[in-house]
Ligand binder design. Structure first.
Ligand code: ZN
Length: 94
């Protein structure tokens, strides 16, 4: 006689897998994990109360920011020059 009971094709119970809500370690600013910062210029580890690792890096970074600001204006200046040129050409033509 066959014993029905351990049939692998039988109706399986679908158990909802309990998922634990794992505490995600989000780095909040209040966390003491930020024990050090990185130099704004070269990325070296520096104490949290400092901005740059050295005066050299500070000047380097400030120079870079200045140059970036100047480069940011370049396309606008180009457009203005083109518009001026266009106006001059139109005036000269008529
Ligand atoms: Zn540096």
């Amino acid at each position: 006689m066959k014993m029905p009971g351990s049939d692998p094709k039988g109706p399986r119970k679908k158990r909802p897998i309990p998922r634990k809500a794992e505490p995600v370690p989000n780095d909040s600013p209040s966390a003491p994990a930020a024990l050090h910062k990185h130099c704004n210029s070269c990325g070296l580890s520096i104490p949290p109360d400092a901005e740059y690792c050295s005066d050299n890096c500070r000047t380097n970074f400030e120079r870079m920011v200045k140059r970036k600001k100047q480069l940011m204006w370049l396309p606008y200046i180009g457009i203005i020059l083109m518009v001026l040129f266009y106006i001059l050409v139109i005036r000269a033509g008529s």
